[in-house]
Ligand binder design. Structure first.
Ligand SMILES: [Zn+2]
Length: 384
């Protein structure tokens, strides 16, 4: 007998419940209702559920649901939040799961609410299987904004397991690595003055010019030192994406901000890069009298690399008939790997339609994903 609602009903319910996360407080929402719905269904399947607030705000939570005991076993993990949406671009209501053209449309269908009803459906079908290793389902908060949910799981070590599957949209292909990301704003403060006499001020803009030159030299060094041909862009990148400073041609520029995005390869250490970045900027400005401040809107995302020899990668390649690849986006994977839980990113959606109006999941991706999860659960957790 089925213990949870039908696949399509669970999916529709998760899409119906808004759970936008954003670093802009005007768009940021609770994910609590999604967490509660998942906890109810997993509870009905016999899981022990723990709801964990990720901050002082009890409306932002992770769910850790465990079936069975032991420190090995398989973790199935996904994020419950979506990015903000622009109603103008949508042909259907983003919060109504709409079946059309052999696809399910709705906000989060691909990225990645669909993973949860697929997990439930798989567990329903395996209801008579005897497992001797635990199955843990993790649903996180704030993946699309700060990754605070995954960071908390890493910090408090409440999740255990040998291997993990994260159902991000990879088009049913296993992903074993991605780059890490640092986003940083550098603010240089000098002194304004009349343009006719440079001694009257201290130009933040000229200081920033020197900083950009120094960072470009550093980028060249990093790109010749680290190369990984498994990535489409085989080197670390540093994009100077936004600059703002000064107000008038006849005034010395008193303040200049630069925001940059640094994407590092696996093997490059996020903390070390952050430190080197700061040192390069400070060294460049030493003796100029210019002041500098650094502002990270979000903590960095470490690069991810799970060995191709890991059993989870080998099995993923076997059951999907695809060699493991790399992707250009960041995930919660490196936080699990850091806990010693070897992780593959493997899910049914397509990244090309994620974070877009009219996001969808092709219906013909669902059965293959249930099949993949069944095989993985039976391989890692079934009593032999
Ligand atoms: Zn995602």
């Amino acid at each position: 007998m089925r213990r949870t609602p039908k696949f399509e009903d669970c999916f529709a319910e998760l899409i119906r419940l808004p759970s936008v996360s954003s670093i802009d407080p005007a768009h940021d929402q609770s994910n609590r209702k999604v967490i509660d719905a998942l906890a109810n269904w997993l509870d009905a399947l016999g899981f022990t559920c723990e709801i964990m607030p990720v901050s002082d705000n009890p409306e932002k939570c992770n769910l850790i649901a465990k079936l069975g005991e032991g420190s090995e076993g398989l973790v199935l993990s996904g994020h419950t939040d979506t990015v903000p949406y622009d109603l103008n671009g949508w042909d259907t209501d983003p919060f109504t799961l709409t079946k059309k053209n052999d696809c399910y449309y709705g906000l989060g269908t691909a990225d990645m609410k669909s993973f949860f009803p697929i997990i439930l459906e798989t567990l329903e079908r395996l209801s008579s299987t005897k497992f001797n290793q635990p199955i843990t389902v993790v649903a996180t908060a704030d993946e699309e904004s700060t990754m605070q949910g995954a960071r908390l799981i890493q910090d408090n070590k409440k999740v255990s397991g040998r291997y993990c599957i994260i159902g991000e949209p990879t088009g049913l292909k296993p992903i074993h690595m991605h780059k890490g990301i640092i986003i940083e704003t550098i603010q240089i403060v000098g002194r304004s003055g009349h343009s006719s006499n440079p001694a009257l001020g201290n130009s933040a803009l000229e200081g920033m010019h020197d900083v950009i030159s120094a960072l470009r030299d550093w980028r060249d060094e990093l790109q010749s030192e680290y190369i990984n041909k498994d990535f489409q862009v085989p080197v670390a990148t540093m994009n100077f994406g936004r600059i703002q400073g000064g107000d008038s041609p006849n005034r010395i520029c008193a303040s200049c901000d630069l925001s940059l995005d640094l994407r590092m390869l696996p093997g490059m250490k996020l903390d070390k890069l952050n430190e080197t970045l700061r040192n390069k900027v400070r060294d460049t400005l030493a003796g100029t009298g210019l002041k500098v401040e650094f502002n990270s809107m979000i903590d960095g995302i470490p690069p991810m690399q799970t060995s191709k020899d890991s059993e989870i990668i080998k099995l993923s390649e076997k059951v999907t008939q695809h060699a493991a690849e790399s992707v250009a986006f960041g995930t919660e994977g490196p936080f699990y790997n850091d806990m010693g839980i070897e992780t593959v990113i493997l899910g049914p959606g397509d990244i090309d339609v994620a974070h877009q109006p009219n996001e969808y999941l092709q219906i013909d991706r669902i059965e293959p994903m249930i099949n993949i999860l069944s095989k993985m659960l039976l391989h890692f957790c079934e009593e032999k």
